[in-house]
Design a protein around this ligand. Structure first.
Ligand SMILES: [Zn+2]
Ligand SMILES: [Zn+2]
Length: 270
């Protein structure tokens, strides 16, 4: 019963989306990407603003001494807008031209959506793990292509897409390719994109709550914010973006509790 209700809700959502002409516009991918990204960052930006006023917020901060300033936020925003306008927009127009929007009548079933989104996430996790490992092990790859993402040793939400062009394009290829490889419904593709973005921003948020994904997924299978925060702090550990199995297999997994937190103000790497 619950299953058919959720599938019906997906059909209503899909019927509404199919009527939106914006969905077929070449501007849609870039607007969608920016909107989803900024919407995921917004709650954490508010927390960063409240940081100075509320002690409660500081209690959930992974590196309590780190502060996010307007200058840091603006630097990230400028980078994100530049990458979207100069690279994501032209590429999404090319993608739109060669792969016109496919719009089937029926929405996918809820079970299929959940299964496909999880499969896309696991695939993305593996692709990024090996890309990331390679870009840390080969010094010139790190220097030219990944160093920019490590500018801050205490991440905050807007650092999620603070990357160089090559890293941004690699991630975009993985995100775009996976739903195609797994033959996903366009609605599933959108839901995967939103989930992937949320998890990525959450991993960079610098906050850890009782309801954070790594606290909800059992057996330490999911790394989340503490896991990725440690990567930004220690560099040679925790290469996977979300799950912990690849780092566990290859001996690069470190738990946040294993390592003493660095104190002092946020540091920057140039
Ligand atoms: Zn890295
Ligand atoms: Zn990162």
């Amino acid at each position: 019963m619950a299953h058919s209700v959720s599938t019906e809700a997906l059909q209503i959502l899909w019927d509404w989306l199919r009527q939106q002409s914006l969905l077929r516009s070449p501007f849609f991918p870039v607007l969608f990407s920016l909107t989803v990204y900024l919407s995921c960052c917004l709650p954490y930006i508010c927390l960063d603003l409240l940081y100075y006023r509320l002690t409660l917020v500081r209690r959930f901060k992974i590196q309590p001494q780190s502060k996010v300033t307007w200058a840091m936020a603006w630097k990230c925003l400028r980078k994100i807008l530049h990458n979207h306008v100069c690279f994501i927009f032209p590429l999404s127009v090319v993608h739109w031209y060669f792969r016109p929007v496919f719009s089937p009548l029926l929405a996918p079933r809820m079970f299929t959506v959940l299964r496909d989104v999880l499969a896309c996430l696991l695939l993305f996790d593996m692709q990024y793990f090996f890309w990331h490992l390679l870009h840390h092990k080969v010094s010139w790859l790190y220097h030219f292509f990944h160093k920019e993402h490590h500018f801050y040793t205490a991440s905050f939400s807007l650092t999620t897409e603070h990357t160089g062009v090559w890293e941004m394009l690699s991630l975009s290829v993985f995100t775009t390719l996976n739903p195609v490889l797994l033959d996903c419904h366009p609605l599933t593709e959108m839901l995967f994109y939103i989930t992937n973005m949320y998890l990525s921003v959450e991993a960079h948020s610098g906050y850890e709550f009782p309801w954070s994904p790594h606290r909800l997924v059992p057996f330490g299978l999911y790394g989340g914010a503490r896991h990725h925060d440690l990567h930004h702090l220690k560099f040679k550990v925790n290469y996977a973006p979300y799950f912990t199995h690849w780092d566990r297999f290859l001996g690069t997994l470190r738990r946040g509790e294993d390592t003493q937190r660095k104190s002092g103000k946020i540091s920057e790497r140039s």
